[in-house]
Ligand binder design. Structure first.
Ligand code: PLP
Length: 382
């Protein structure tokens, strides 16, 4: 099988892991954690970063840091990995699903504006969801597949209601928005994932970045048991979400090669754009002019396909030795979120039926990719 997204561990990963063992620094105290945080901050365009044990943990602590709590609502797209909504639920809040835009597959600012204008009033510093009386405590756009959401347009709406923005940037390391690195592009906090299938991996892990040092400091505090002094004193209910030196060692070796890995990702994207053009109306994920995507996962969008047609195409590709996958199903249709507030989900539903993820690793060879493209053309032709 040509894999969907495999890590490339050909740099200093093994040497740095060996260094952890030799120095006895394997836990969340250790020099690689600080080095990794500095590398993430540099790439994200922020002064600091907080490394966490996963992207989900990073999202949870970020939501808590901006004040999301029990009973609140958090506006987010339904087209995402379930971890986005899980972080909201773990914080005690409920997601309110708004559709994505066809131009970017990210939270649609017009749909967001319309939903809030219809149902939300600002009462001092609090945005109140009129039908339920609940607080709208955050907007959580997702940089879908590494493509930045339209942060300026989302921020315009968020500011009107005084609601903070936490961006799920799980797949967006290396991306930029209107020329700004993704951590400095308009969200109060942005959260990366370094899960094994991501562009940069630390085995598992995440990081939280943002432009306000005081808020990032709060994230750091909450991610490390809210320790208030050298003795065992703590000033809040908090988490043990820190990344370990072992994870950070792998992450540092990966980040040293970020430029080359991103260039490889762009080359993979360009070959798909060229190879899949004009294929029975099918398309590749969009790239808005205002965004430089990290192109985490590529694939083919079988416009107007049915579930059965998509499943048949995936089966054919897999028989050809290609790890093609049916992809995210919208979160409002997932069992834990069926009761959540949800606006009309036209684009999310269409993508769920039509999008097939294709091999996208940074070390995908041109010849393997030609095989994928040829098989894809056969599968889509029927
Ligand atoms: C969009 C999105 N959000 C959140 C996550 C959660 O990250 P993690 O697996 O590191 O917890 C992932 C990936 O796994 C993701 O793709």
């Amino acid at each position: 099988m040509i894999p969907l997204a495999e890590p490339d561990l050909s740099g200093n990963e093994a040497a740095y892991l060996q260094e952890c063992i030799a120095s006895n620094y394997v836990s969340s105290v250790g020099p690689f954690v600080e080095r990794f945080e500095a590398l993430i901050a540099q790439s994200a365009g922020t002064a600091t970063a907080v490394a966490t044990c996963s992207g989900t943990a990073g999202l949870h602590v970020a939501l808590v840091a901006v004040g999301v709590g029990p009973g609140d609502l958090v506006v987010t797209p339904a087209y995402s990995f379930i971890a986005t909504a899980n972080a909201v639920a773990i914080a005690g809040a409920d997601p309110w699903f708004v559709d994505i835009s066809p131009a970017s597959w990210t939270l649609d600012p017009e749909a967001l504006d319309a939903a809030l204008a219809r149902d939300v009033v600002r009462n001092g510093n609090v945005a109140v969801h009129r039908p339920s009386g609940r607080r709208v405590a955050a907007i959580l756009p997702v940089h879908t597949l590494g493509h930045p959401a339209d942060l300026d347009a989302i921020a315009l709406v968020a500011r009107r209601y005084g609601v903070p923005i936490v961006a799920d940037a799980a797949a967006a390391i290396g991306a930029s928005y209107r020329g700004k690195p993704i951590g400095a592009a308009g969200a109060d906090l942005s959260v990366f994932s370094f899960n094994g299938n991501k562009t940069i991996t630390s085995g598992g892990g995440g990081a939280v970045v943002g432009p306000d040092p005081a808020l990032v400091k709060r994230v750091r505090h909450l991610s490390a048991t809210a320790r208030a002094g050298a003795a065992y004193q703590h000033d809040a209910v908090a988490f043990n979400y820190r990344m370990t030196n072992l994870q950070a060692a792998v992450g540092c070796a990966q980040m040293e090669r970020l430029g080359a890995i991103m260039a490889a990702k762009r080359a993979v994207r360009a070959r798909y754009v060229a190879g899949l053009a004009g294929l029975n109306g099918a398309g590749v994920p969009p790239a808005a002019t205002w965004a430089e995507s990290a192109f985490w996962i590529n694939g083919v969008d079988l416009a107007n396909a049915t579930d059965a047609q998509r499943t048949a195409a995936v089966d054919r590709l897999r028989k050809d030795g290609i790890d093609a996958r049916e992809f995210w199903q919208p979160l409002h249709r997932q069992q834990p979120y069926r009761g959540a507030l949800a606006e009309t989900q036209t684009i999310s539903e269409r993508l769920a039926a039509g999008f097939i993820a294709l091999p996208s690793s940074s070390n995908l060879s041109a010849s393997d990719q030609e095989r994928v493209i040829a098989a894809c053309r056969r599968a889509v032709a029927g």
